[in-house]
Write a protein that binds this ligand. Structure first.
Ligand code: M6R
Length: 378
């Protein structure tokens, strides 16, 4: 079943290019150009889900919560819809103010996470007796169509990741990201918040991703494995990112915690100097995601600050950059893409890093202690 891979997690990491390809083939018109007069995205969702949309709330846990943070960034930056992400376990105890024409999105790979389901129930219950504009609009994002989530919501985006066995989510995460790219571009087209030429450029780059991911997996695993072996005894890790890559820093830290039991924190790079920088010394490696775009220079200068505290600095960034060698001790190279699409690539080296540290420590990567694949208690 593992098809020659040592663990399901590694097999699932390698399935990511095909998951991305399947999503594109299912939802995106590959012939679309800026001159086309139709929507390039077809998620098969009912029109009333989009009508007069004013607000989006997203509820999720763990890795799905990280995907949702990327989703919020896309929904706001591409489609200009005010969006908030909630920890599902917190949502029902402090419900956001009631607003009309509001979409609630539940994101869960298992479709069975009790916290996420109960958040959706709370929203459904409190809106049940209200007028039409306040009726709940409920959308699920999942790879498990036969799940409790699917029965609870009005519509679902199937992320096409299939079943994931490793407890640490990898391919389902990238698939959730793809669902958010498609939804945001769909909304952006309908609301005319992105120009046709920009849309064409983003779609062109999205279609290149499966091949880029394949190349990244093939060329980087060995290098990252060797680097990972240097951290087998490390006790603390910091992951930094900004903007759309801040959630990827969180995800890199969560992967490492879950399967290697090493303490790790993800932080917005600009916040380091407001406290956490006090933690740094030569024993705490810092992984900084530094992708060209709006926050690039800032991340580099935040990384310099960490280096000045003797931290070993590992950069996730394009290899061609002349700053790279000066600032970073080690590089986890990823191809340069539009900043908005970069999370689909930057997460890969972090998955490998976590995997190879845990595997080297001889841990049960697919079934980490204290964790279950679906968390069905609140
Ligand atoms: O099935 P869900 O996506 O709702 O699960 C949510 C979290 O329990 C899950 O993402 C957890 O954090 C994973 N083990 C992450 O790798």
């Amino acid at each position: 079943e593992k098809q020659g891979f040592k663990h399901f997690m590694l097999k699932e990491i390698y399935e990511q290019p095909s998951v991305v390809r399947t999503c594109l083939e299912s939802y995106v018109n590959s012939e679309w150009t800026a001159a086309s007069s139709t929507n390039p995205i077809n998620l098969g969702l009912p029109d009333d889900l989009y009508t007069d949309l004013e607000q989006i709330h997203i509820v999720a846990c763990g890795t799905s919560w990280h995907a949702s943070l990327v989703g919020k960034h896309l929904l706001e930056q591409l489609a200009q819809v005010p969006s908030q992400v909630h920890y599902a376990s917190e949502f029902r105890y402090a419900l956001p103010p009631l607003t009309p024409n509001t979409l609630l999105i539940g994101v869960t790979q298992s479709g069975e996470t009790a916290d996420t389901l109960s958040a959706i129930h709370s929203e459904k219950d409190r809106r049940a007796s209200l007028s039409a504009a306040y009726q709940p609009r409920l959308l699920g994002i999942t790879n498990r169509l036969q799940s409790t989530l699917t029965r609870l919501v009005d519509s679902v985006i199937d992320t096409h990741a299939g079943i994931e066995i490793g407890v640490a989510a990898t391919k389902t995460f990238i698939a959730q990201l793809m669902a958010f790219y498609c939804l945001s571009l769909d909304l952006a087209y309908r609301r005319q918040t992105v120009s046709p030429t920009r849309l064409e450029e983003l779609l062109k780059q999205l279609w290149q991703l499966p091949t880029q991911l394949e190349a990244l997996l093939e060329t980087q695993e060995k290098r990252i494995e060797e680097l990972a072996h240097e951290f087998v005894e490390t006790q603390d890790f910091i992951f930094l990112g900004r903007g759309i890559n801040f959630p990827i820093a969180l995800e890199g830290a969560l992967k490492l915690k879950e399967i290697s039991y090493i303490h790790a924190e993800g932080y917005p790079a600009g916040e380091m100097k407001h406290g956490p920088i006090a933690l740094l010394d030569e024993k705490v490696p810092v992984v900084a995601i530094a992708m060209p775009g709006s926050v690039y220079e800032k991340v580099l200068s935040n990384a310099q600050e960490a280096k000045a505290r003797d931290a070993r600095l590992i950069g996730v960034m394009p290899p061609s950059d002349p700053h790279a060698a000066e600032v970073f001790n080690d590089l986890l190279p990823v191809p340069e893409v539009d900043e908005l699409l970069s999370p689909l690539l930057t997460v890969i080296p972090l998955q490998f890093l976590a995997y190879h540290i845990a595997a080297r420590r001889g841990l049960d990567v697919d079934q980490p202690r204290n964790l279950a694949k679906s968390v069905t208690v609140e």
